[in-house]
Write a protein that binds this ligand. Structure first.
Ligand code: ATP
Ligand code: MG
Length: 561
């Protein structure tokens, strides 16, 4: 599934097989009552764009069918989890525009019930305490082509198992010395059914339950039962859990659960030129390859937020991608198309000169300052007009001037005219160079009668360029981003994904001349800087004394050539 139509962002909406399926269930009377879904992250990292798809799918289906969606933290690995991750996940979900039903849930809320469920399995001869070492257990497990062998402890009596399991809980045994396993089938072709571990001993402090437990349920024993306890009707997850479904169903059949949710799997979202694995993203952060989880180059929700993406653009992107039954790699160009589509009609226009060269208007009085007015947006009257100070010395982009050029070049050339955006027509006369032949100044004359109108002589200028007053500008730090990895599939095969990092993914420009009104931008406000892209005032670092802007996206796609 590669993006084949980023230009069709406005019309393209991917298929959503889950929405169709639930619709059919309702129509055929197979499903009565509420549609209840949940988004179940493990709080072991920040959420990324793939999670955004899961969030939009789960909350989106609940919204579509007037149902409910829970936010539940599947917190079964205390060592890897933290409050920081919990807070970031809550804030990302809210920012995306979704509201979870009622209070937040934690799988750890159910630890006592899960423990009771484990006792239930033991009493029925469906679980046993096993003392094999990890290495032995691996040998006994068999392979994809060979069946496993029964553990020597598999035939322990329910009484002995109950006693041992209670003592596991009471802290009588060393970490890792014993586990509780479901007694299913060591010869099953599905490895997940070969007497999977359901509890292990681990003396770890838990962010929710503190030191109350020294045994913790395995994710696979927790997830499905938590869904059942919450009355989830549609347990939606990604395809890699398809093979776990028989195990989840086995638990539901063998336990006194209040409901039997049905699991449906959909394809993961992957983006080219980046990674969507919490483990790899954490590695980028831990090894200081990026500036934290919310570095604007990161595919995390907090990173793309800081980059200037809007919640609407991400929801739009997820809608375009659709929900299908296969994993796919989506072109980054599609994400960019979604944000352009959102910002084009909404972002105020402004001017900034990223690579400045001085332009001297030789016939403009030295001390004169004119306050020109410019529309905030070409089509939106509700976006306020700005005031642009116009002075004898201004800045233009270095590549908007050439001493000579052919007709295709629509910018400033000696002897030719160009319009300064929202201001006058100027005609270039000469330029000044330093000893190394670099142009340092361009000298022009302006045509006073051309403000906001065609030139009196009827000769239309070929092009329009942007500019900022040299004496009345403010200065900003502007950050430009390129793809974080220089190859489409970082670390493909056995490669180390870190070796594919693009060393030029960040360019920081200092003292960039910006029109004065921009300094007053509020944090996270988006703009189109004329001709150079969409930019956002940095969420944390921007202030009117020291403005900081991040480029969200260029005006045109750079992904597909
Ligand atoms: P891990 O379990 O390896 O830490 P994870 O990315 O699966 O990583 P979870 O916190 O378990 O993280 O994910 C929460 C939910 O988001 C799960 O239901 C998962 O299936 C879904 N999800 C995770 N990554 C993607 C993705 N790339 N595309 C779509 N859904 C995803
Ligand atoms: Mg997971």
């Amino acid at each position: 599934m590669t993006d084949n139509s980023s230009s069709a962002a406005g019309t393209l909406a991917g298929n959503n097989f889950l929405r169709d399926l639930i619709q059919k269930q309702i129509e055929s009377g197979q499903h009565q009552g509420d549609v209840v879904t949940r988004f179940p992250p493990e709080p072991n990292g920040y959420l990324h764009i793939g999670h955004a798809k899961s969030i939009c799918t789960n909350f989106g289906l609940a919204r579509h069918f007037n149902g409910r969606c829970n936010l539940r933290f599947d917190d079964t690995n205390p060592e890897k989890e933290s409050h920081e991750y919990i807070e970031s996940i809550k804030s990302d979900v809210k920012w995306l525009g979704f509201e979870w039903d009622g209070d937040i849930h934690y799988a750890s809320d159910y630890f006592e019930t899960l423990y009771e469920y484990a006792l239930h399995l033991i009493e029925n001869g469906d679980a046993y305490v096993c003392d094999l070492s990890a290495e032995e257990a691996r040998e006994y497990r068999g392979t994809l082509t060979e069946p496993g062998k029964n553990s020597p402890h598999r035939e322990r009596s329910p009484e002995e198992n109950l006693d041992l399991f209670r003592r596991m809980r009471a802290g009588e045994f060393e970490d890792g010395s014993r586990v509780l396993r479901a007694k299913i089938d060591m010869a099953s072709p599905n490895m997940n059914l070969r007497d999977p571990i359901i509890y292990r001993i681990r003396r770890a402090h838990h962010h929710q339950t503190g030191d109350a437990w020294c045994i913790y349920p395995i994710y696979d024993f927790t997830h499905g039962q938590s869904d059942a306890l919450e009355g989830i009707t549609h347990s939606i997850c990604t395809l890699e859990f398809e093979d776990h479904r028989p195990l989840y169903n086995w638990f539901l059949e063998h336990l006194p659960v209040p409901a039997k949710p049905v699991q449906y799997e959909f394809g993961r979202l992957n983006l080219n030129y980046t990674v969507t694995s919490k483990r790899k993203l954490k590695q980028l952060v831990d090894e200081n390859k990026v500036d934290g989880w919310d570095d604007p180059r990161m595919p995390t929700i907090s990173g793309i937020r800081r980059r200037g993406y809007t919640p609407a653009s991400i929801r739009k992107f997820c809608e375009m991608v659709g929900v299908g039954r296969t994993d796919g790699i989506v072109d980054m160009g599609m994400l960019e198309a979604a944000i352009r589509e959102d910002l084009e009609p909404n972002a105020a226009r402004a001017m900034a000169v990223l690579d400045p060269i001085k332009l001297v208007i030789t016939n403009y009085p030295e001390e004169q300052v004119e306050e020109l007015s410019a529309p905030g947006h070409p089509e939106r009257e509700d976006i306020p007009t700005r005031t642009l100070p116009f002075t004898r010395e201004i800045y233009i982009e270095r590549d908007d001037f050439r001493e000579s050029a052919n007709k295709k070049y629509k910018r400033l050339v000696i002897g030719k005219k160009v319009r300064l955006r929202n201001a006058y027509v100027v005609v270039a006369e000469s330029c000044v160079k330093d000893d190394d032949d670099n142009i340092t100044e361009v000298h022009v004359r302006y045509e006073p009668e051309t403000l906001g109108a065609d030139p009196a002589d009827g000769v239309k200028p070929k092009g329009v360029i942007h500019w900022v007053s040299a004496s009345h500008c403010k200065r900003a730090t502007v950050r430009l981003y390129d793809r974080l990895f220089s190859v489409e599939a970082p670390g493909r095969g056995d490669g180390d994904f870190l070796e594919n990092l693009n060393p030029e993914s960040l360019t920081v420009l200092k003292n960039v001349p910006i029109e004065p009104s921009l300094a007053a931008a509020s944090a996270e406000q988006s703009f189109q800087f004329e001709r150079t892209g969409f930019f956002v005032a940095d969420r944390y670092e921007h202030s009117d004394e020291s403005p900081v802007f991040n480029r969200t996206v260029a005006l045109r796609s750079s992904w597909n050539g």
